[in-house]
Design a binder for this molecule. Structure first.
Ligand code: DGJ
Length: 364
């Protein structure tokens, strides 16, 4: 009985961004850089399971999944994708970097498909790889399938002739040392990575109304966003992709659709430290994308209310209702990271995000 009294934090009846958010066991939710899949009136929240300290930013456990029917109260459903033991030499060996997992459901194969940013152990962020896993049940267990780069040996639909020019050894060397402030086309990172595939660091997945799925990634040394169509089974690239926001250096991509328009949200590149968010709109996922500026409008807007986007969640059963999901990273003690969930509002043909200490779904 005493135990029951101690653990009861639920039911929650409102969102309180930035506060400790306890699951059904009374433990702060551990699903960072996450995304949500809705199935049978239940939301499944997948995210990075972090551990204590700075080392806790690495994948020591795997991808955690929680379920909820009301979005306020979350039940721990366990580890959906487990990392492999140390020394196993698996790409998802304990201690690798596994970030921003997203899960989508493929109706044709009846599989749940997970994509995530994967950096093999001990190599920092140099790999810029993707991990793909799948499962028969939404909560897993997910089976790791493979590690890849983005769209190997494939040019994007808007490739320029300069990208296709072969590189001399000297140019190769020069291009491997891209300075962060250089325009990507001045050093042709696209051509540099053509053979082994494009960089893919921060990423998300988006499924359109017609069932087609897309991977959206920070590519070309984080200088450009690539939007890639997936195959019908969602396990590979179809071969069609586009470069967007060339030279804008963005991370943390998130996409949603309203009234036939595609909206994008992302951040600048400042590691775990927050920065000013970006937003954009397009009539097609292929663009053209028009930037709409920082969607945050209240005090703290310059740092996205000390958060970074990870996903924008359509709320089921409510028209034009979307939730901004952001991470407030605490990189020195990764497990303490907080969640900044705020309603998306629309004003003058753009979306905006106000700060609320506390808010409810009835706001929609
Ligand atoms: C910012 C990214 O958005 C995070 O997912 C993570 O990769 C950090 N950088 C690492 O510094």
């Amino acid at each position: 009985m005493v135990y029951a009294l101690c653990i009861v934090a639920q039911p929650y009846r409102a969102f309180t961004p930035g506060e400790i958010w306890k699951d059904n066991k009374g433990i702060h939710i551990n699903a960072h850089g996450g995304g949500i899949l809705l199935e049978n009136h239940t939301y499944y929240w997948f995210g990075e399971h972090k551990t204590e300290g700075r080392e806790g930013n690495k994948a020591n456990v795997g991808v955690h999944v929680y379920s909820s029917t009301d979005l306020y109260n979350w039940k721990d459903e366990g580890i959906a994708l487990k990392v492999e033991p140390e020394g196993s030499d698996s790409p998802i060996e304990k201690g690798c970097i596994l970030e921003r997992p997203k899960v989508i459901y493929n109706a044709k194969t009846r599989k749940y498909v997970m994509w995530f940013h994967l950096e093999p152990k001990g190599k920092g962020y140099a790999g810029a790889m993707i991990g793909i896993a799948s499962a028969d049940h939404v909560t897993g267990p997910y089976r790791f399938i493979r590690m890849t780069r983005g769209n190997p040996q494939t040019w994007p639909v808007n490739v320029l002739e300069l990208h296709k020019k072969s590189l001399t050894a000297e140019q190769r060397e020069e291009r491997s040392n891209l300075k962060s402030n250089e325009h990507p086309d001045s050093v042709n990172t696209l051509g540099r990575d053509f053979e082994k595939g494009q960089h893919s660091r921060d990423m998300t997945l988006f499924v359109d109304d017609d069932g087609k799925a897309y991977q959206i990634r920070s590519a070309e040394s984080n200088s450009v966003i690539h939007i890639s169509e997936l195959t019908d089974d969602f396990l590979d690239f179809s071969g069609k992709y586009v470069r967007a926001f060339v030279g804008r250096r963005m991370e943390a991509p998130a996409i949603f659709k309203k009234d036939g328009l595609y909206y994008f949200m992302g951040s600048g590149c400042t590691g775990w430290r927050p920065n000013e968010a970006r937003s954009a709109v397009a009539p097609s996922i292929w663009g053209p994308w028009t930037e709409l500026g920082n969607p945050c409008v209240d005090e703290g807007k310059e740092l996205t209310y000390r958060s970074q986007s990870t996903y924008i969640l359509p709320v089921a059963g409510k028209k034009d209702a979307f939730i901004y999901m952001g991470d407030r990273w605490t990189s020195d003690n990764a497990i303490d990271g907080r969640y900044i969930w705020l309603p998306i509002e629309f004003e003058d043909n753009r979306f905006i995000i106000h700060w609320y200490d506390e808010w409810k779904l009835s706001r929609f």
